[in-house]
Design a protein around this ligand. Structure first.
Ligand code: AMP
Length: 115
């Protein structure tokens, strides 16, 4: 069996994280190096490496991640001021952890386009 990813270890509580949400499909925790006042990672328990590796079988999981992002944005108080969800894919996308995750960023105005 392949080694667990960093985020699998966080899902399995082998590595601590500042959890804000847990359910059967995903967990969400505060980014260790926040780029905005609110910076939360929403991570499926299934170790899908990246969005380009997802399949039709993952459709419900992908939808669940986005619905959870909206739910957390409301609970963090940033739904009305606005926020961004981002998924980095591959080297040019800035992916550093090969386990799919949705960044939820907010709490300040965000620049567009990103760098
Ligand atoms: P990405 O660059 O899109 O792959 O995002 C990976 C994110 O994981 C980065 O924003 C890191 O700051 C964050 N990160 C790395 N290690 C941890 C950790 N142990 N706990 C929380 N966030 C982490």
């Amino acid at each position: 069996m392949a080694d667990k990813t960093l985020f699998q270890k966080i899902c399995d509580k082998e590595i601590p994280a500042s959890m804000v949400h847990e359910d059967d499909v995903c967990v969400a925790f505060r980014d260790i190096s926040p780029q905005a006042p609110v910076h939360i990672l929403i991570v499926p328990r299934k170790p899908i490496p990246r969005i380009a590796a997802a399949t039709a079988e993952d459709a419900a999981t992908l939808g669940h991640l986005l619905l959870t992002a909206g739910e957390i944005a409301r609970s963090e108080g940033i739904a009305d001021t606005g926020f961004r969800v981002a998924i980095n894919n591959g080297p040019h996308g800035g992916e550093t952890v090969p386990h799919l995750h949705v960044h939820l960023l907010g709490g300040r105005p965000l620049q567009w386009p990103p760098g």
